[in-house]
Write a protein of this length. Structure first.
Ligand code: PDD
Length: 284
């Protein structure tokens, strides 16, 4: 079952008009919330980021946080599997095609849940490959916009090269991955770009920074030059679905010794322990 504009219904029966501005212009935003054992992970932070995205495109939020939580809980309860990725999608609504905002239209709200697919044991054991490309996206990458054509094209470069992710470079500095955030590790120090307009403020990114602080690992937030990326001891990719995954080759060259590093393995353990603690905690 999926949710569309106030109704829960089978996905095959869900319909949107062709004049929906999401279809015509990619005029909308989305969120993806991982759900472990039927508990949404960091839901407050995801709903806050959704609000930031909606503000960024000047679209009033169709629901209060309480209403979102209720809808999300109902959607989760309807699925047969426990670990889920819940996808929220809001567009500006349906109107005759014209770029400017049409007055008085109702946003389209869609939500669906899929089984959560995290890295395989083989990927965790060996890490994955990444390629680099010029970040040719717009200057509001902090908005989780549904218009993802640049990300789609950039991610496909990785797939074409037999790699898992494309790491993006803008003006000599690393921004993020096509669908993930990137951390660079050198001499036991974690380097990460700042959360500004050039990257999506990842929820997993925040968790990784918090876990590093709690475990007394040095984190430096600041512009990450390309040469640091190319001489890294370790590179990590983080996202709600990739969790914390080692990148062990970059543009065909080994990262460090070409194996997942020790710090990355510890970070993944801390991350899994944190998830478990959250899942067991009371959820209200
Ligand atoms: N993508 N940067 C980009 C461009 C992303 O698309 C994502 C997530 C992230 C990581 O954010 P988070 O840690 O909150 O998942 C960073 C999701 C998974 C997607 O589009 O499917």
């Amino acid at each position: 079952m999926i949710y569309l504009n106030g109704e829960f219904l089978p996905i095959e029966e869900a319909r949107i008009p062709v004049l929906d501005r999401g279809f015509i212009f990619g005029d909308g935003v989305y969120e993806l919330i991982p759900v472990y054992s039927r508990r949404p992970f960091r839901i407050e932070e995801h709903l806050a980021r959704l609000q930031h995205s909606l503000d960024g495109i000047r679209l009033p939020n169709p629901h209060t946080p309480g209403e979102w939580r209720e809808l999300i809980d109902t959607l989760i309860a309807q699925q047969s599997f426990d670990d889920q990725s819940v996808y929220l999608h809001i567009t500006r609504g349906v109107a005759k095609r014209d770029h400017a905002f049409p007055p008085g239209i109702t946003p389209t709200v869609m939500m669906m849940a899929n089984p959560l697919v995290t890295p395989t044991p083989e990927q965790i054991e060996n890490g994955v490959a990444a390629v680099t490309a010029v970040d040719n996206r717009w200057l509001r990458c902090d908005i989780k916009a549904i218009s993802l054509l640049p990300n789609v094209l950039l991610r496909q470069l990785a797939v074409d090269a037999g790699a898992a992710e494309t790491i993006l470079l803008r003006g000599g500095f690393m921004t993020e991955g096509a669908a993930s955030n990137i951390f660079v590790i050198k001499d036991e120090i974690i380097f990460a770009p700042p959360k500004n307009n050039l990257m999506l403020p990842g929820i997993t990114y925040d968790v990784v920074v918090e876990l590093a602080n709690q475990n007394n690992v040095d984190v430096r937030i600041g512009a990450v030059p390309e040469r640091l990326l190319r001489h890294a001891d370790e590179i990590w990719q983080t996202s709600s679905t990739r969790e914390v995954l080692a990148i062990t080759t970059l543009d065909g060259a080994p990262v460090g010794d070409g194996r997942p590093g020790l710090l990355g393995q510890r970070m993944l353990e801390w991350y899994q322990a944190f998830k478990t603690a959250v899942m067991r905690a009371d959820y209200t």
